[in-house]
Design a protein around this ligand. Structure first.
Ligand SMILES: NC(=O)c1ccc[n+]([C@@H]2O[C@H](COP(=O)([O-])OP(=O)(O)OC[C@H]3O[C@@H](n4cnc5c(N)ncnc54)[C@H](O)[C@@H]3O)[C@@H](O)[C@H]2O)c1
Length: 361
């Protein structure tokens, strides 16, 4: 199959859909891989690295789309790309259709086959192509939180791990899913005094078995959160209620009981945020302060570490890309329920129930 990876043109997107390792694997299986010149540079992969493993470099995005049967990328196509997409072309990337009517219409009109990373689903209902980005965001949340706890950055000036003779910082993690677990690991590794709250008792039992001893677990409730935030130096918001806006676990009233210079990182901001006072921020302007509490609410946290994020994402996408390339999308989706769940729009028709509901009722 002819496979193409264009350079991402969405603002601030530095990841790339295929790494040299991915190209190497596809080329070894007899496929032709087109990479747009410079596509990997922001993730640390030069054109030379792609050439060495057998990619064909093309100078423009137009040529990549025109030459390829399957496009493997990261973000949903944006407007300048719509006219480049060909009828029957397979697009394997994040789409997030339900929140984007313009994109949905454009993809229906294109007659392409849209297989969305975010809805590829395993039998246990986990989402293997979303997990890597949650892992990155969870780990990053502590790194960013630690940074903004520093006095010159607006925080109270406390070191997460303390030092011998000085207490460590208190970190409260709300939600013990993928993001929360990774955040708790990182904070515990730095020596902080960590508390993780979740509504699922079985999940807390599991986490209390596997997490280090400096992580305590609590059943999440309004009362417990109101008490815990009073003494927390760093609060991480990592809850998810599938298909719904995040609940406001830390209210504006609770904020006024918190310490000045405490930091709140709302990772759930992409679902509306789990602190009442959260609003989305960007990597260029990541924080703001209310009641003396620093808020970090970047909606695309993994974007700050494109090298790690690209590798994490492509480690997960490549096995599926290989199946699609080897069998073609129809046979691959017949053979794999996981991939079949990824089909969102097929040749002009919305086939994913939640997207159909969002637009056709
Ligand atoms: N900002 C970013 O860059 C970025 C990146 C990746 C993920 N996210 C977001 O992070 C959030 C968490 O993602 P995840 O992959 O960890 O989800 P997940 O489904 O793995 O975990 C969510 C957890 O929240 C718990 N929960 C639900 N309601 C709760 C409550 N009231 N109190 C405490 N816990 C509660 C659930 O029991 C579950 O364990 C999502 O909103 C996701 O979209 C953001």
């Amino acid at each position: 199959m002819k496979i193409g990876t264009p350079k991402e043109i969405k603002n601030n997107e530095n990841r790339v859909g295929l790494t040299p390792a991915g190209v190497s694997a596809l080329v070894k299986q007899g496929h032709i891989v087109y990479i747009q010149e410079g596509a990997g540079v922001n993730s640390g992969f030069s054109d030379e690295l792609y050439l060495k493993v057998g990619a064909t470099l093309l100078p423009s995005i137009e040529e990549v789309y025109a030459a390829s049967d399957m496009i493997v990328k990261v973000k949903e196509p944006i407007e300048p790309e719509y006219r480049l997409i060909k009828k029957d072309q397979l697009l394997f990337t994040y789409f997030h259709f339900a929140s984007n009517a313009g994109l949905t219409k454009a993809m229906i009109d294109s007659g392409a086959v849209c297989l969305a990373y975010e809805t590829v689903e395993k039998a246990d209902r986990s989402l293997p192509l979303l997990i890597p980005m949650s892992e990155v965001a969870g780990r990053m949340s502590i790194q960013e939180g630690a940074k903004y706890l520093e006095r010159p950055n607006g925080g109270k000036g406390i070191l997460l791990g303390g030092v011998p003779g000085v207490k460590p910082a208190k970190v409260l993690v709300l939600g013990g899913g993928v993001v929360g677990t990774q955040a708790a690991w990182m904070a515990a590794g730095l020596g902080a005094d960590v508390t993780l709250a979740d509504i699922s008792l079985p999940r807390l039992r599991y986490l209390s078995d596997v997490l280090p001893k400096n992580v305590k677990t609590l059943v999440s409730s309004e009362y417990v959160i109101a008490e815990e935030v009073k003494t927390a130096d760093l609060v991480i918001g990592a809850v998810l209620v599938t298909g719904a806006k995040a609940p406001h676990l830390v209210t504006a009233d609770m904020l006024s009981t918190m310490q000045k210079g405490a930091v709140m990182v709302d990772v759930a901001i992409d679902q509306g945020g789990c602190f009442e006072t959260s609003r989305p921020t960007t990597h260029n302007d990541p924080i703001y302060t209310i009641d003396g509490v620093v808020h970090y609410c970047v909606a695309n946290i993994p974007g700050a570490v494109p090298y790690t994020s690209t590798l994490a994402l492509t480690n997960a996408t490549l096995p599926y890309a290989i199946q699609l390339a080897n069998l073609g999308w129809e046979k691959a989706c017949e053979a794999s329920e996981e991939l079949r769940k990824g089909l969102n729009i097929v040749k002009g028709e919305i086939v994913y129930p939640a997207v159909r509901e969002a637009f056709l009722g």
